[in-house]
Design a protein around this ligand. Structure first.
Ligand code: ATP
Ligand code: MG
Length: 387
């Protein structure tokens, strides 16, 4: 039951309850009508109770299967469906704090790996031999950062040390799995800490290589300011229960690479501003897709957010009203505010758009006719945050 027992011991509300059993997935399906078997690498039963899905996993064997087809050359586990006892299952979990079980027969906690002690100490420690555990599944390096950031735990030296040397193994992880992991890293309310730990431990470049490269060396402070603000906004929205889309945050993370490339295209090939942004967006997104495959529904929104940016400069005539009616106006506006906070756009322009949304149709007409200034009585000291 890993995560749920850990969260309850920490006084947090578990996200979900994973059930572990000695029944095979096929046996679980016999018992529950609303049951679906999923996964290949890791076969599981999903039992549906109305809108809820309870994940039921069969105890796994501790020993990675020796046959070649279950592991690749680097020792990565490809199949993991050899069933075992609860103790064996505990020992093949990733971190000691995740190897806890709640026994519903007598309400006791089963702890084979001293996970309770590590929870009390606030330490994140891999079970077993760290190098071997990372080789079996390199995503465990990302999981280490995720849990450290989310639980506020310290990663023990032994668990941390091999990461520098083994990070390259993340190159061999499919981009689709890295996308799933990226969502868990950034959409769980601790994006700010997670991002900086990833950067600090040299893992960021396996997920967002272009972002990492604009942040390395002699970079402009403005770049991290905008990224930090985007990360904090995302965390804040999650904390207050507001809707979040990963597209917005990904657009923030990749903005500087897109902006720089678009500028280069304008300079060197005399391409106009918006087409240059479109071309830069395509190039950056296709490079990004090699690492993390972001689904189309998100990349479409990222493109809109980016290519709408120049249109905020036009405040005259019918153009502002047309921009306001764009389906992605709100996201693009929030994005423009971040750019303004980072000093990339005039604050005065950001304030104009904040007022423009608030006022009625008649005043809007005045604002776009009179050019640049918002009506005086409507002046605001601060631009609005994302709602
Ligand atoms: P969350 O609250 O984010 O769901 P969780 O601890 O439940 O956190 P899951 O990703 O849902 O994490 O995984 C459930 C459990 O399965 C973990 O607690 C861990 O014991 C085990 N597990 C998951 N992924 C791995 C892995 N890559 N290697 C080893 N064990 C894993
Ligand atoms: Mg879970």
């Amino acid at each position: 039951m890993g995560g749920a027992v850990r969260d309850m011991l920490l006084g947090r509300e578990p996200k979900d309850f994973d059930v572990a059993t000695d029944a095979t997935p096929e046996e679980v399906r016999e018992l529950f009508r609303n049951c679906r078997l999923i996964g290949r690498r890791f076969r599981l039963a999903h039992v549906h109770f109305g809108p809820e899905i309870i994940e039921v996993a069969t105890f796994r064997s501790a020993q990675p299967p020796p046959e070649e087809e279950h592991q690749n050359d680097e020792g990565m586990i490809l199949r993991d469906n050899i069933y075992g006892t609860i103790e064996e299952d505990a020992l093949r979990r990733d971190f000691t704090v995740n190897a806890l079980y709640y026994n519903i027969a007598d309400f006791s906690i089963i702890d084979y790996a001293d996970g309770v002690e590590d929870i009390n100490r606030g330490e994140l420690k891999l079970l077993g031999e760290p190098v071997q555990r990372y080789r079996e599944d390199p995503v465990r390096m990302l999981r280490a950062v995720r849990f450290a950031a989310r639980l506020g735990f310290r990663i023990t030296d032994e668990t941390l040390k091999p990461i520098g040397e083994l990070a390259d193994l993340l190159d061999g992880v499919p981009a689709a799995r890295l996308f799933e992991e990226t969502l868990k890293l950034f959409m769980a309310g601790h994006a700010y800490e997670t991002f900086h730990l990833l950067h600090q431990y040299g893992l960021l470049r396996y997920l967002f290589p272009l972002t990492e490269s604009v942040m390395s060396g002699d970079y402009d402070q403005r770049i991290t300011e905008m990224i930090d603000q985007g990360l904090k906004n995302t965390d804040e929205r999650i904390d207050t229960g507001k809707p979040v889309t990963p597209a917005f945050l990904f657009a923030v993370l990749l903005w500087e690479p897109v902006r720089e490339l678009a500028e280069e295209l304008r300079r060197e090939e005399q391409i106009a501003e918006i087409p240059a942004l479109q071309q830069a967006a395509s190039q950056v997104l296709s490079e990004q897709a090699q690492r993390v495959s972001i689904p189309k529904r998100f990349t479409f929104m990222m493109r809109d957010i980016w290519t709408l940016q120049p249109r905020f400069q036009n405040r005259a005539g019918k153009r502002p009203l047309r921009l306001l009616g764009h389906p992605k106006f709100r996201a693009a506006y929030d994005f423009m505010l971040l750019r303004a906070q980072a000093g990339e756009v005039d604050l005065e322009l950001a304030e104009w758009w904040t007022s423009y949304q608030d006022v009625n149709g008649e005043e809007r007409g005045k604002m776009s006719r009179s050019g640049n200034r918002p009506p005086r009585r409507r002046r605001r000291s601060k631009p609005k945050q994302q709602p």
